[in-house]
Design a protein around this ligand. Sequence first.
Ligand code: 6PG
Length: 254
Amino acid sequence: MSTVVKPDIRVLPSPNFPAAAAEQLTAYISEAVATRGRCRLALAGGSTPYPVYQHLARPPLTGRIDWNAVHLFWSDERCMPKRDETSNYHMAKEALIDLINIPPANIHRIETGLPPTQAAMRYAELLGDEPLDVALLGMGDDGHTASLFPAMLDLGQSGPRVIATEGPAAPRQRVTLTLRALNESRMIIFLMTGASKAGRLREVQQQIMHGESGPDTLPSAQVQPASGRLIWLVDKEAAANLDLTSTQGDNKNA
Ligand code: 6PG
């Protein structure tokens, strides 16, 4: 059995989860820039990250990040126009990009104006084969992450780093990083809040701890960095059912 990468679980105070999570992200982004001269950062979609991105865009945190050295990617995208409310690019543009001085050349959007498979190929070219420094992810109530869904037979442990997929709910057409791209990352950070995630999160933790890898293994449990770090930033509600004695980190309550 390959070694299990246990998540470093950080339970952040619920009222100001976004600020506390943004504070931790700032440290990791700045560490990558200081170490390697730049940070290749993949943003998560969905709703949880929105207020976190807003804190990254405001003082004091924004002043601690050299945005000229940050390259923005996306962990996944819905195949919608970039100005559509459901677009992950639109969400990040509203909460972060429009509020910071980042060179337009540093923004590597998934070109949803192309057909999904072409958009995936184009994005794979933009991404290249260098590992991401920080990959942000969320988890759906069904245990999906990025646009890797439980019903999918192949989540791309090998092969392309970017694929077109179809989700169970609208907007169904997606483009997503595969497990290969995610698990190559130097650091993977999940942002998960709310009681609705507590049951599934326990299931994901159990699957990881048991080293499960069969067809019933949830996508979020298959995110296991080959050599990087795995961090779960959660609030108390999402963490309610977790076994915190087995977390890798020593600061369970950061
Ligand atoms: C998307 C996201 C998706 C999201 C989860 C959690 O495009 O929808 O990439 O994987 O992270 O569904 O979403 P919430 O943060 O809204 O719970």
